[in-house]
Design a protein around this ligand. Structure first.
Ligand code: F0G
Length: 482
């Protein structure tokens, strides 16, 4: 049996690569960070990279590429139609996923647009383990609705359940019986469920979902953007899968799916996206929209260099010593924060480390956006940029009411192979300090609130003058230089 864990000493993960190109970082003083977060309206999306020390906003499009990916980019075959690069990528998709038909897109949400336009009609319903922001928007834009049916454990922030991303198949059956299979264009399964803390589903759960869908003749659409982490967790945590290779697990997941789509900004560590299927009639319907929204069928809005990088990146994703890098460093960071008493989502998932802002800032009411306030405070005291994943990331309903999110999380993403262990320890140290001084952090209120995807561009102000007070305490403990 092969092991895919590389630890030494007491759970210290090992980087299975060497660093050959570096990008210099600056850690601007806290006085500048206070100006920067104020200029950004306390929205970490609006910060400029020059003011950021560790960018943990996302792992999207910022994973480190390998020497082999960069080399492949040099042999990319540039042509509007029929490039060799496209053939190499399609062949790799077929080899790994066993899907004959591949459509390239410029990124993951473009696949969601195309799938939703083709299959979602007004009055239809898409059951799923959990939504992703752009997925939900596309389904709703096309007149559909979503129904989230993760297992109840999904919302238990401190848990030992290995597969919190599982879909509740009993509820799935009930929904299908209630609405009728003809109202359900597909069931969507998201690997490495993003918004509940990068939590995986099990292979066994997917088999059960398939069985229900087969009974009612419904398609499964897999969002494979975070598949790499999910594969790792299946191999590590699912007893019956320990003897399977990552390739075998991937293939079975693929065989259980009718359509697979992915953001190649995540899966394959490049930029771009695509969808694949063996269903020829679905392929033909979706194909019509590619030249309209993306580009010709053999590039779909991507540069051929990125397409070469994806082909190699997908191959490298099948390497057990590569896909362990994200989850193992996330687990390390999560466990170190736990030692300092910081409330975090457990078990550690993929994508990044998730802090439970509702508990960290239990004195901040949810209507004052604890996750947004915590993300701003973390940046202020460390130069580490995380992302709010709570009520600010929700959208007002048609009557203008603001739904409160199920969870208030701050996500600290760990792009693969980007940060060193000492950088992670720095982030843990500063967040530990903030936790001791958490009473100084107060809430936020919107001053500019866009109607759609408000978390991207919205601006917020502090409800009181808490940030200068936090800075004063920081200077007392650390001086002005950091
Ligand atoms: N599906 C999932 C599960 C995602 O995490 C993302 C992107 C998308 C679809 C959309 O893909 O960005 O290429 O258009 N997640 C990014 C993130 C934005 O930061 O988590 P995209």
């Amino acid at each position: 049996m092969s092991t895919i864990k590389f630890y030494f000493g007491e759970h210290i993960p090992l980087e299975m690569h060497k660093v050959r190109i570096v990008q210099k970082l600056d850690l601007v003083p806290i006085g500048r960070r206070l100006e920067a977060i104020t200029e950004a309206g306390n929205n970490t999306f609006l910060l400029k990279n020059r003011d950021i020390f560790m960018d943990m906003l996302t792992d999207s499009g910022v994973n480190a590429m390998s020497d082999r990916q960069l080399a492949a980019m040099m042999i990319a075959d540039d042509s509007y139609a029929g490039s060799e690069t496209f053939t190499r990528l399609t062949d790799k998709i077929e080899e790994i996923f066993g899907k004959k038909f591949f459509l390239p897109t410029h990124q993951g949400r473009a696949c969601e647009n195309i799938i939703s336009q083709v299959f979602v009609k007004p009055g239809t319903l898409v059951p799923m383990n959990y939504h992703f922001t752009t997925t939900k928007s596309h389904i709703v834009l096309n007149g559909g609705a979503i129904e989230e049916i993760p297992i109840t454990e999904a919302f238990n922030i401190s848990s030992t359940h290995p597969f919190k991303g599982n879909l509740d198949t009993t509820q799935l059956k009930e929904i299908i019986q209630k609405h009728g299979a003809d109202k359900i264009p597909f069931v969507r399964l998201e690997a490495g469920t993003n918004l509940i803390g990068g939590q995986p589903f099990s292979l066994e759960n997917m088999r059960q979902v398939r069985k229900v869908c087969d009974d009612f003749g419904i398609m499964i659409v897999l969002d494979a953007s975070l598949l790499a982490d999910n594969l790792y967790f299946i191999k590590e945590r699912e007893d019956n899968c320990k003897l399977m290779t990552i390739r075998e697990i991937t293939r079975e997941i693929s065989d259980l799916s009718d359509i697979i789509y992915f953001s190649a900004r995540k899966l394959g560590c490049a930029r771009g996206g695509g969808l694949c299927t063996n269903n020829e009639s679905a392929y033909k319907k979706m194909r019509e929209l590619i030249p309209l929204y993306e580009g010709f069928l053999t590039y779909g809005g991507m540069s051929v260099r990125e397409m070469e990088a994806i082909a190699v990146g997908l191959e490298e994703t099948m390497d057990e010593n590569m896909i362990n890098q994200g989850p193992q460093f996330i687990a390390f960071m999560t466990e170190e924060l736990q030692k300092k008493g910081v409330p975090v989502v457990t078990p550690p998932g993929g994508l990044g480390c998730h802090i439970n802002a509702m508990e960290f800032l239990e004195h901040v009411p949810q209507s004052q956006y604890p996750a947004g306030a915590l993300a701003a405070a973390i940046y202020l005291i460390s130069g580490v940029r995380g992302m709010e994943r709570g009520t600010i990331s929700e959208q007002r309903d048609e009557n203008g009411n603001e739904p409160m999110a199920n969870m208030e999380l701050v996500r600290l993403a760990l792009p693969r192979r980007v940060f060193t262990l000492s950088q992670i320890k720095y982030a843990v140290d500063r967040i530990g300090w903030l936790f001791e001084n958490r009473n100084l952090v107060k809430g936020l209120t919107f001053v500019e609130e866009p109607k759609i995807l408000r978390f991207f561009f919205g601006k917020l102000a502090t409800v009181s003058d808490w940030q200068p007070e936090l800075v004063a305490k920081f200077r007392k403990d650390f001086g002005d230089s950091l």
